[in-house]
Design a protein around this ligand. Sequence first.
Ligand code: APR
Length: 311
Amino acid sequence: MNKISIIGAGMTGSTTAHWLAEREIADLVLVDIVEGMPQGKALDLLEALPIVGSDVSVVGSNDYAATKGSDIIVITAGIPRKPGMSREDLLTTNAQIVRAGVENTLKHSPDAIYIILTNPLDTMAYLAMQVGKLPRERIMGQAGVLDSARMRAFVALETGVSVENIHCYVMGGHGDEMVPLTRHSNVAGIPLRDLLPADKLEAIVNRTRKGGGEIVNLLKTGSAYYAPAAAVAQMAEAILKDKHLIVPASAYMQGEYGLKDMFFGAPVQLGRGGVEKIVEYKLDADEKAALAASAAAVKESIGVMMGLVKI
Ligand code: APR
């Protein structure tokens, strides 16, 4: 059985374990600093599995030794956004937490593939890559699957068509400058621009960009977890099953889209080795300009982080 360890057993971490356990693709380990909490959540989840019909093991621990031999490490540890906080406000605290998570897991799983969820995630993925000296294939951030799923959900609400028919692609950094690609997104092959009036489409684009904040404002005590966790589960399954699945995700750019030495959301092909390929869309001038603005925001965040954290 494959093994996935999730660092941070809070809302996104434990919900990721939940979605993954249902998929029956890996034994699961939850690690957190809070004593008893990962153990309690793991036991509760384990006790649900006879009902669900899934034969995986679920272990909770405060000790990184439990992660030994993991195929995938998911890092969700950190503090979530509170109302009024930007993702960048989280930078310093989460950088220390992610750094510890990478260093402590790599000792026990030197070949693991890393999926970073902790925000600001493009920056945290960059940090994790540097700290772990990871090849670009083995490190990615989850954001695009989530942002695209939000857009798909909003298009479904607007059109009344099955979510399965709706294909949306959001590129760029996981911030308010992200770039929902309306020209590439479609409903059963019909471009969104042909299906929806411009004002409705613009409203969907704006709601997608602010999708995380909308949930933070409603929850008041934390940020989204069902959809981010479901996104991680899909990525982990694509890797373990060697599906060669193309999903939007944050990956290390080496010249793609004219970007270098940064993580950025783009269509990425996932298989057993991790990031197999970054797919390049043909973009028009408007799309290029929007991506440049998003890239500038991510670059700035990485620059700030590198000024704060010694690697
Ligand atoms: N090691 C392990 N776990 C840690 C550490 C650490 N050094 N520091 C904090 N944690 C744990 C906390 O104890 C908590 O259980 O990380 C968990 C985070 O869980 P939540 O507070 O519920 O936050 P969550 O909603 O899961 O979000 C976590 O993911 O989506 C992003 O923006 C979000 O950056 C945030 C992260």
